[in-house]
Ligand binder design. Structure first.
Ligand code: NAD
Length: 449
């Protein structure tokens, strides 16, 4: 089976690269000609650990190709994975115009039967609309389109590992043949019968991924329900942190003990600046909108979103309280991306905080291991440094936004000697308050004394 991947963003590139590494032939297409030209020149347009090596080796082996010609890629693929963006509209509803555009292209360009697989995150009901659009746009042709949903659960920063070693692969189908085709495509991953480029062929023992076959609507719902639940956990931990600050308790002691209950689990119970990125904020909005559109009031998700938006205000309040006047103060921003090991700055809390500090007259110096090139174009007023110690020179305060190792392991004794004032406001609870104070630093974080 030849595979076609439409959309060469984070999900499309990881999908294409990993399925090629698992032995398939993959044609990738994107509407962005420049992106395709860069990929053809061997340049990977995003930062994702291991992705460049896997793409280079797939290219060398002739298993992956890139084109801006949608017709060529669509005709080559027996199975077409749609990986285009589904950003939010102002109303919070998912904007499905790219999906609709792709449906028209597939219907018009296909010359044989295709299995069309949604990998983009879409609201429940989209697959049925996609099926209808493919039929409508292919009027006159005898091509037969089957539609399936295969939601993607990868996390940026560990996307390649997540793709090769998933907890579960969900396929929502209308017919058994589609489920069988998808099982075949994922067979090398399910049976761990491929040379894993991450572990040099010897993967650590782990449980095998579950292959779950559901209806189209269920598969689409699973993705939104999963992401929204994780977002809810983060907001829950953040409210606990606020409570800890008022009452005088330590949020980490509380969430750690909570999480040891297997019904709760320790992950995603970390207090701090809240969630950002391309996934959670828009998926929560889209899920609230979807529920509202069928008369279900998803109040707890509305609260999740509200708590998350307030994190920026809570953080800025800490900055104002510590610095008093913002105007003219020099701040060192440590971390720009929405999380570590990615250059993705979409809905990154750091960017919102920096914009507000600039508006109030702060002088901002920033460092990030991956995201400086992307941020430069958006925030030209900021001075950027590859070396975090350079960003800290002369700073009145250091503001920590991501859990990158380079910040986690920073030598704060050295940093303090470079700063104008030893003030650290930590949006990710990276350091021990006691140790920071022993170093003579004024240190504030979330939910801890
Ligand atoms: N980024 C993640 O971590 C992640 C994880 C799971 C699921 N998802 C979902 O996957 C989808 C894609 O996410 P992403 O982060 O890769 O988005 P992205 O914005 O990085 O990439 C989308 C790509 O699609 C291309 N595109 C848009 N319209 C096109 C068209 N008509 N034809 C061909 N190419 C087109 C764009 O040029 C872009 O390169 C979204 O629905 C997202 O919610 C993302």
């Amino acid at each position: 089976m030849h595979l076609c991947v439409i959309g060469c963003g984070n999900v499309g590139l990881v999908t294409g690269a990993c399925l090629a590494a698992a032995g398939h032939e993959v044609s990738c297409v994107d509407i962005d000609n420049e992106r395709i030209a860069r990929l053809n020149a061997g340049i990977v347009p995003i930062f994702e650990p291991h992705l460049d090596d896997i793409l280079a080796s797939a290219r060398k082996g002739g298993r992956i190709s890139y084109t801006a010609d949608a017709g060529e890629a669509i005709r080559a693929g027996d199975v077409i994975f749609i990986c285009v963006g589904t950003p939010p509209k102002d109303s919070g509803e998912a904007d499905l115009s790219a999906i609709e555009h792709v449906a028209r292209q597939i219907a018009e360009e296909a010359r044989s039967a295709k299995l069309v697989v949604e990998k983009s995150t879409v609201p429940a009901g989209t697959g049925l609309m996609l099926q209808r659009a493919l039929t409508a746009y292919s009027r006159g042709s005898k091509n037969f389109f089957r539609v399936a949903s295969n939601p993607e659960f990868l996390r940026e920063g560990t996307a390649v590992e997540d793709f090769f070693h998933p907890d579960r692969i969900v396929v929502g189908v209308e017919d058994e043949a589609a489920a069988a085709d998808l099982r075949e495509i994922y067979r090398p991953i399910l049976e761990r019968r491929f040379h894993c480029p991450l572990h040099n062929g010897v993967c650590p023992p782990g449980h095998n991924a579950a292959f779950l076959v559901t209806t189209l609507n269920s598969a689409e719902l699973i993705k939104h329900a999963a992401n929204s639940f994780l977002a809810l956990k983060i907001s829950y931990a953040n409210v606990i942190a606020d409570l800890c600050e008022k009452i005088g308790a330590n949020v980490e002691e509380v969430t750690h003990a909570m999480g040891l209950d297997p019904r709760i689990g320790t992950q995603f119970l970390r207090a701090g600046l809240g969630f950002g990125g391309f996934g959670f904020p828009k998926d929560v909005q889209a899920f609230i909108h979807l529920a509202g559109s069928v008369g279900v009031d998803f109040d707890i998700l509305k609260a999740t979103e509200r708590v998350n938006k307030q994190r920026i205000d809570v953080f800025l309040e800490k900055v104002r309280k510590a610095l008093w006047v913002i105007k003219g103060k020099q701040v060192a921003v440590l971390g720009l991306a929405f999380k570590a090991k990615t250059d993705d700055i979409r809905s990154a809390p750091a960017l919102e905080v920096v914009k507000r500090l600039l508006e109030e007259g702060a002088i901002v110096h920033a460092s990030d291991p991956e995201a400086i090139p992307r941020t430069k174009a958006l925030l030209p007023e900021v001075t950027y440094h590859d070396d975090p110690y350079e960003a800290l020179k002369g700073a009145d305060a250091a503001l920590v936004f991501t859990e990158s190792d380079i910040f986690r392991t920073l030598n704060w004794e050295r940093a303090k000697s470079l700063m104008a004032r030893g003030l650290v406001i930590d949006g990710r609870n990276l350091y021990s308050p006691q140790k920071m104070r022993e170093l003579g630093l004024e240190y504030y974080s979330f939910g801890r004394e």
